[in-house]
Design a protein around this ligand. Structure first.
Ligand SMILES: C[S@@+](CC[C@H](N)C(=O)[O-])C[C@H]1O[C@@H](n2cnc3c(N)ncnc32)[C@H](O)[C@@H]1O
Length: 192
């Protein structure tokens, strides 16, 4: 099912998704690992001399991942070492705004971004992000292949992609299934 901005606003308006995300399989070690790895990636970028690290979150929705990553950046005192320009996006502007409001990280920019629309018709520049993160979003897009191609086009050379997706078995065993591929964590049965 493809989602329009109006449809997701109806689905998310009563906060039911936030409540669902408080329980397994939407909590678990994969979130802790992803957060720790994310902080490490930012620290590595700073270590190599970057003073501005650009992060893009796609499909930020309720802001669950946005809040976790924002808190982790603060806890790591990364605000003292670099400027993390965190662009938090969703097809719906009101969800993008909600996600930034949930994050304690101060330098957040909410924007609309739709993975089903070519980059040239949107407000993001190709090759402009160091890290792209997305939680539970790819399944909602029209083509996993095209979405991954879009991520590649938005990343700077040597950039990193961290994705969390759930497969059918996640609900049966209360665990998030992951396949780690370099820096891409996914749980798809489809060939990528
Ligand atoms: C299942 S929710 C996951 C929400 C979110 N990551 C969170 O932490 O709450 C899927 C999200 O993907 C967004 N979405 C759906 N289709 C999209 C698309 N084509 N491009 C970008 N985001 C999309 C929805 O608006 C929704 O916020």
């Amino acid at each position: 099912m493809l989602m329009s901005a109006a449809a997701v606003e109806v689905l998310f308006h009563d906060d039911i998704m936030s409540k669902i995300y408080e329980y397994p399989p939407f909590v678990g070690p994969v979130f802790d690992q992803t957060v720790a790895r994310f902080v490490q990636l930012v620290e590595n970028a700073v270590f190599t001399g970057k003073r501005v690290v650009r992060v893009l979150e796609v499909g930020a929705g309720t802001g669950r991942l946005t809040a976790l990553l924002g808190q982790a950046l603060l806890d790591s005192k990364l605000d003292e070492k670099c400027y993390v320009d965190y662009v938090s996006t969703d097809v719906s502007m009101s969800l993008a705004l909600e996600s930034t409001a949930k994050s304690p990280w101060p330098t957040m920019t909410p924007m609309t971004f739709n993975l089903n629309v070519p980059i040239e018709h949107q407000n993001l520049d190709p090759a402009s992000f160091d890290i792209i993160v997305a939680f539970d979003v790819l399944h909602a897009t029209s083509s996993i292949h095209d979405s991954l191609t879009t991520f590649r086009d938005l990343l700077l050379p040597g950039g990193h992609l961290a994705i969390i997706e759930l497969d059918g078995s996640s609900f049966a065993c209360d665990a998030v299934g992951t396949i780690c591929k370099t820096l891409c964590c996914t749980a798809f049965n489809d060939p990528l």
